[in-house]
Write a protein that binds this ligand. Structure first.
Ligand code: SF4
Length: 987
């Protein structure tokens, strides 16, 4: 036996012995992921009183006693489990580690999870409600009571609703971090006022998936895959970053091949067996060349395609007089994709045809174990990017790798959203500010166009909430946001719900402090693998105190300062909007246990855990706990494993009553729908117009559940796209990006701004000192050939010119990027205004912090001359004195550049996605130009907006049925059916 084998054998023995010893004590053993650690986490039986030695006291032996309280991380959308180590003596959180009971993250976190500790003790955070004391944006604030803020906001909303101005109430959320609570609050108000950040993030990817299967995300089973095909940087920043990254690595450890399409040499690309550094925008061409190879060589799963593609609909529409046989479809398929040769894709992508052919063979060999994922990346960068995810799913569908072990599952089957105590009605009106007629097929709200719509005079807002959202900084064309936010005729009251200062909160009327991941309640469930789980975010100090026997009714009582949480805030605000129940809102937030009183967080969540989570009451009872106690103790619950191919499930006879079947096998039934057990969002296919609802689809003689698409099948051919004005895109195809080489001038590069750093969060990590020390700036990636052309070296200042202005940034010369392409991470360039400019004055209000996050924000001056905006950096980050001694040790000064300010809006005419990539000119900065300098012409930004708007195909001229949008497409808050009608004068 070799030495290494002997060591491994010895380690294996030690792990077994440790497991036996732990289990003999009646405790849970959590084996570590590496071969070094015997156990990775404290046994859950000892979470009430866990003893560790204090590392700082060494060599003195000093014990610290902890209570371990689970919550979930809020630093990206993955909602990984965290365990807060609450010191039993001081009741302070001393660290966060992973929660081994969480089925998605399985005890593991990325660096941002433990850095939650930095955020909760951030000396610059906002601790008390603040109200504007001078002009909006003037930087003067007074501390107010929650009572005062709530009364003012509630009165304005009440008035708007009573006067029929529901359209003037808007809630604009970045990362929701929860599943549907706030959407239901808005619906209870009767308001179609939900606005999200989706169109600057994932509309492109969602559109591709939704047109295929009626669900707008993939749930790849990376761990069991033979081949993992990613269009994005999933090991550093992909969607469901840590849960997916650990499963990608698990798959690789089992021998899976990893293929990555990424123009940059990302961390993911460095792990790839096949890295395809595609020309930005060419990704769909590459994927379709692989599809064409599968079709040409008959390497696709013929049975799956025959059973589940809506090929009969395709033939009926495209060749109505031809034979309606599968063989005819196969012939048409081959013809359709014949142009996508490897040579064609090679020309588009700038990658040799041989390499593409090699990768196509790898994909062909995956069979049903091809896991695929595309989220932001190319789908978010390019005009037509939605065809990238569509083309990617095409590969999985051709191989029959849909809902198979190691394949790609549709999202909603791997997600669980429990029904709450009460479901509110649908709002009765349609909000044109978020769902404008030009974009009937958009995947969610045209959020980033709001300032332009307001400037067009399409409406105004009485009350505008921003939450986990910083549009001035996050969105393109940020100066248009400053213009809107500082105009009280456009926005009457801006309420920023935020734990920290940000570039948009400066322009608010109220800044209301909200809790971080360990200071609030939320429920979530994400499609991290083929399973269903539910995780519970909770205020850990509240739970710790309750474990010690205290009764805590309000999260503010255990949070720092007067920091609250949104859910209790929304409940209280709703209660006050409708004090006598006359508006029909109060009934949704009234306690069932004690009528006449407001619902509490305990009752709300307790009811859900008691009634809506299969298996949880039984699991809790087995431990002598109530379901709420169980979730407070463990933080997560696994509902199902190996959910499998739900489309293949037979429809029970009880659901088949007075059935009607259409020409393509869609089956409608008059049987009443059983109560929904899982509210995970899906498409909502229409009924037959005679009172029957779609229940399944006939396949080979049996009525199967199918997919939530109009046809019940996978829609290779989308009648929705064909009928709503885009017949040329009815099947997966390739659309030339707005940055296609044909559209670039010879001296232009493509700028990729869609990537992020694995250790930074959009807006919230600015004072996460551990993260800031690792990464604090965003240099421009330039290939040596381009650097030589513009005569710059690493560290030199370069000027990057966009359609509407320019920014100055330092160069980083690297071979990790294609020639002709530049890249700049979107995480950096945070700013606060200098004290002598409008916003930067030190506020007099206690609890206002510094009006900025000094560990990662530059101090800037802002000037405006008509449409000309200018920002200049006065100072970078520097050491400062605070309650945290580490702030006096800050050694970095460069905090990057806010490039998004210089990007005009590029709304994709179909998906509505902002197409982030920019055609830019890069030159060496002129004397006097310094990193951080930004200039923008807002008039040009308006022109670009109008240019893109002209390319849409509005519902008014293209709707096939007189409605504003296909009713079946997912919409976060769905108004009543009548509100969809173009001719309906809605309330
Ligand atoms: S991936 Fe990292 S930031 Fe995201 S939830 Fe998990 S630990 Fe937090």
């Amino acid at each position: 036996m070799s030495g290494e084998r002997r060591n491994l054998a010895r380690l294996g023995e030690r792990v077994s012995a440790a497991r036996a010893e732990t289990e003999a004590r009646g405790e849970t053993f959590y084996p570590g992921p590496s071969r070094v650690h015997l156990a990775a986490f404290p046994p859950r039986e000892r979470w009430d009183d866990w003893v560790e030695l204090d590392s700082k006291s060494w060599p003195e032996r000093r014990e610290r006693r902890y209570m371990l309280v689970p919550t979930t991380c809020f630093n990206c959308e993955s909602a990984c489990g965290l365990l807060a180590y609450v010191d039993r003596d001081t009741l302070e959180v001393r660290k966060f580690e992973g929660n081994p009971e969480h089925p998605g993250s399985r005890g593991r976190n990325c660096a941002k999870g433990p850095a939650t500790l930095n955020q909760i003790v951030d000396p610059d955070r906002v601790l008390y409600p603040l109200k504007r004391a001078g002009e909006r944006g003037a930087g003067r604030w007074v501390r107010v009571s929650w009572e005062e803020a709530l009364a003012d906001i509630a009165a304005r909303i009440r008035e708007a609703i009573r006067e029929g101005r529901q359209r003037e109430i808007m809630y604009h959320v970045g990362r929701p971090g929860e599943d549907g609570f706030t959407e239901r609050v808005l619906a209870a108000w009767g308001v179609d006022g939900h606005n999200s950040h989706t169109n600057i993030c994932s509309s492109g990817a969602r559109a591709g998936y939704q047109f295929w299967c009626g669900m707008d995300r993939p749930s790849p089973d990376h761990a069991r895959a033979e081949v993992i095909l990613l269009v994005s940087a999933h090991l550093e920043a992909g969607h469901y970053f840590n849960p997916h990254a650990q499963r990608v690595i698990e798959g690789k450890a089992r021998g899976a091949k990893l293929i990555v399409l990424d123009t940059r040499l990302s961390n993911t690309a460095t792990h790839a067996d096949h890295w395809l550094p595609t020309q930005p925008g060419s990704e769909a061409a590459v994927l379709l060349s692989i599809a064409a190879h599968l079709i040409r060589t008959r390497r696709y799963d013929r049975e799956f395609v025959r059973r589940w593609f809506n090929w009969e609909q395709y033939l009926a529409a495209e060749d109505p007089d031809g034979p309606r046989t599968f063989e005819a479809f196969e012939a048409a398929l081959e013809e359709l994709y014949a142009e996508f040769t490897f040579e064609f894709a090679a020309r588009e992508a700038g990658i040799e045809a041989d390499r593409l052919a090699e990768v196509a063979e790898v994909v062909a060999g995956a069979g049903t174990r091809l896991s695929t994922h595309c989220w932001r990346s190319a789908a978010a960068g390019n005009e037509g990017g939605w065809q990238v995810s569509r083309a990617l799913f095409f590969l999985a569908a051709l191989l029959g790798a849909v809902a198979t072990p190691g394949g790609t599952y549709p999202s909603s089957w791997n997600k669980f959203v429990p029904p709450p105590m009460r479901l509110p009605r649908h709002p009765r009106h349609w909000n044109e500010l978020t769902w404008p007629g030009e974009y009937p097929l958009t995947m969610y709200e045209l959020s980033f166009l709001l300032p332009h719509f307001l400037a067009d005079g399409r409406g105004k807002l009485e009350v505008y909430f921003t939450r986990v959202y910083n549009p001035v900084w996050t969105n393109p064309d940020g100066f248009s946001w400053i213009e809107a936010l500082t105009d009280p005729d456009k926005i009457g009251l801006h309420v920023a719900l935020t734990p920290t200062w940000n570039e948009s909160a400066y322009f608010a009327d109220y800044v209301l402090p909200m809790g971080l991941g360990s200071e609030r309640h939320d429920l979530h469930s994400y499609e991290t693998h083929d399973g269903q789980w539910l995780a519970f975010r909770q205020p850990v100090l509240r739970t710790a105190r309750e474990r010690l026997g205290e009764r805590v009714a309000d999260t503010r009582h255990t949070n720092p300062g007067e920091v609250w949480e949104e859910n209790e805030f929304w409940l209280e605000l709703s209660w006050r909007i409708d004090p006598d129940g006359g508006l029909g809102i109060r009934e949704f937030v009234e306690s069932e246990r004690t009528p006449g009183e407001r619902l509490t967080a305990d009752e709300y969540y307790g009811w859900i855990f008691d009634h809506s989570v299969p298996g949880l009451p039984e699991a809790a009872a087995a431990e002598g706990l109530t379901p709420l106690e169980y979730m407070r103790r463990y933080g997560a619950f696994e509902i199902a494993r190996d959910v499998g191919p739900l489309h293949e499930a037979g429809v029970p006879a009880s659901e088949l009553e007075d059935v009607r079947e259409d020409a393509f096998g869609r089956v409608y039934s008059a049987a009443p729908a059983p109560p929904a057990r899982n509210l995970a969002p899906t498409g909502a296919p229409d009924g037959d117009g005679e009172g029957r609802r779609p229940v399944g689809v006939r396949v080979d003689g049996r009525v199967l559940r199918g997919f939530p698409t109009p046809s019940g099948k996978l829609e290779f051919y989308s009648p929705t796209l064909a009928d709503w004005g885009w017949p040329e895109y009815a099947v997966p195809t390739y659309i030339h990006s707005h940055v296609h080489p044909d559209r670039l001038d010879p001296d232009q590069l493509v700028l990729i701004s869609t990537f992020r750093l694995p250790v930074q969060i959009h807006t919230r990590s600015a004072n996460s000192k551990w993260l800031d020390e690792i990464a604090h700036t965003n240099p421009l990636w330039l290939h040596p050939a381009d650097a030589e052309r513009v005569r710059v070296r690493t560290g030199d200042a370069v000027r990057v010119e966009t359609e509407i202005g320019h920014f100055v940034v330092r160069a980083w010369v690297t071979e990790g990027i294609r020639p002709g392409v530049a890249a700049c991470s979107h995480h950096m360039g945070r700013w606060r205004l200098a004290a002598d400019t409008a916003v930067g004055r030190t506020p007099g209000a206690e609890g206002a912090g510094s009006m900025g996050q000094r560990q990662l924000m530059a101090t800037v001056s802002l000037d405006r001359d008509g449409a000309a905006w200018k920002m200049s950096r006065r100072a970078g980050a520097s050491a400062y004195a605070s309650s945290d001694p580490d702030t006096s040790r800050i050694w970095w000064t460069d905090v990057g550049v806010h490039q998004n300010l210089t990007f005009p809006v590029h709304p994709d005419p179909v998906s509505g996605m902002h197409c982030w990539h920019q055609a830019v000119r890069v030159t060496k900065a002129a004397p006097g130009e310094r990193p951080g300098d930004i200039a923008v012409d807002a008039a040009r930004a308006r022109e670009v907006y109008r240019r893109w708007l002209e390319r849409t195909r509005p519902a008014g001229t293209h709707s096939p049925d007189g409605t504003r949008r296909p009713h079946w497409l997912i919409r976060p808050v769905r108004p009543v059916r009548d509100a969809y009608r173009l001719d309906e004068a809605t309330e």
